[in-house]
Design a protein around this ligand. Structure first.
Ligand SMILES: Nc1nc2c(ncn2[C@@H]2O[C@H](COP(=O)(O)OP(=O)(O)OP(=O)(O)O)[C@@H](O)[C@H]2O)c(=O)[nH]1
Length: 302
């Protein structure tokens, strides 16, 4: 949140109500509110596209849009902004529905005072930021910042569901570091961490926007490749990446002495209609173990 100014978008088709809200917010001693007004969701979408705000105050009666449908329509615009429903209708059921859908608060207009509104806005913004932070942590691997297993499952399942319609291509590559225990033992745990972070960065660089990379275990990573043209093209892309991944690494402790510390075994499974992520991962795992057994750091396709 911008601590100096709080940017508020009021979406309300009654200009008098907007005037009242604006007057209430002007009474704040501590915060400066910059208030913008829209009379429709269309206008709100355009304003939010141009410049984000810290909070939206949404009336539930906007012309033909009435009740919970108004909130649903606003949320379906997909903007990451906290919303307080500020409405003329005092209805407990509607209030609960609004919170369940994702609104931060539900305030009947006739109960709103300057102090209450300012407090509701301030707390809603803080709460929203906190939940965003927790969500990020729940989906992120702390050491590398990559998606974790939980995030991988969710995002890849969405990709696979879309594939059933688009008929595009997808493959799952499972990578496991070779002799990583030896790296820790010989060079120390800090060096091991640097290896993992470097591998994560290398995996992420030059990635297609629809591809995904995740760390799913200590030394295990998954790369979801999408939209490749053929199986040959898939192997080409992976082999190129593999030689980049295994380039020597400069450890903090040995700035002038790059070391060959990244060796990986890699197994791949291609998506076919009807296959889910669990099955793909299990196939990629089998291929990866074959790659590990052969010890030639090559790509094995299931
Ligand atoms: N430095 C560091 N080490 C980790 C981390 N997570 C797991 N490890 C270590 O990674 C090692 C993985 O050991 P193994 O599963 O035997 O794997 P490996 O030594 O690569 O053996 P192979 O896979 O058979 O080649 C263990 O020693 C773990 O302690 C981490 O975040 N940082």
């Amino acid at each position: 949140m911008n601590t100096g100014q709080i940017r508020v978008l009021v979406v309300d088709d009654d200009p008098d109500d907007f005037y009242l809200v604006n007057e209430m917010l002007k009474q704040s001693q501590r915060k400066a509110f910059v208030v913008t007004h829209c009379e429709s969701l269309e206008c709100a979408g355009q304003v939010l596209q141009r410049s984000p705000v810290d909070i939206v105050l949404l009336d539930l009666g906007l012309g033909p849009l009435q009740g919970i449908q108004t909130l649903e329509s606003f949320l379906s615009l997909g903007f990451c902004t906290p919303v307080i429903v500020l409405t003329g209708v005092h209805d407990e059921v509607l209030g609960e529905q609004s919170i369940k859908l994702g609104a931060e608060d539900y305030l009947p207009k006739n109960e709103a005072s300057s102090a209450l509104l300012i407090r509701a806005i301030t707390y809603a913004i803080e709460r929203y930021a906190l939940v965003e932070q927790l969500e990020k942590r729940a989906n992120e691997d702390a050491l590398t910042g990559l998606a974790n297993r939980h995030a991988l499952m969710g995002q890849t399942t969405t990709l696979i569901n879309n594939l059933e319609r688009s008929g595009s291509t997808l493959a799952v590559a499972l990578l496991d570091l070779d002799d990583f225990k030896g790296v820790n033992d010989r060079w120390g745990h800090n060096a091991g961490d640097q290896v993992i972070v470097a591998l994560a960065h290398r995996l992420q660089s030059h990635l297609r926007s629809s591809d995904l990379v995740a760390r799913i275990g200590g030394d295990e990573f998954v790369w979801v490749l999408t939209n490749y043209s053929s199986a040959d093209n898939l192997v080409d892309v992976i082999e190129k990446k593999l030689s980049y991944l295994m380039q020597p690494l400069v450890l903090e402790e040995y700035p002038d002495d790059p070391k060959q510390l990244i060796k990986v075994s890699l197994g791949v499974a291609e998506w076919k209609p009807g296959l889910g992520l669990k099955e793909l991962l299990s196939r990629a795992d089998k291929a990866m173990y074959q790659s590990k057994k052969s010890r030639n750091q090559g790509v094995v396709i299931y």
